[in-house]
Design a protein around this ligand. Structure first.
Ligand SMILES: [Zn+2]
Length: 69
């Protein structure tokens, strides 16, 4: 069983095998494997969107700075 990292707080998740759930001792997250994947997917998408937005902003800034000359 590979170690899983808590998507909420970055702590180590422990696998509670009788309950088939991951438990985080840091923030109390208690999720099934599927729920964990869903949370991770969602976080990845948010990070991607933030990156895209930041890139658009810097492209705009570059355009603005070059147009100002
Ligand atoms: Zn946590």
């Amino acid at each position: 069983m590979p170690e899983q990292i808590c998507p909420e707080c970055g702590g180590v998740l422990f696998y509670d095998s009788p309950a088939k759930r991951y438990v985080c001792r840091g923030c109390g997250l208690y999720v099934t494997k599927d729920e964990l994947e869903t949370i991770k997917d969602k976080l990845h998408r948010e990070v991607d969107e933030q990156r895209k937005r930041r890139q658009q902003q810097s492209e705009y800034l570059e355009w603005w700075l070059s147009a100002k000359k």
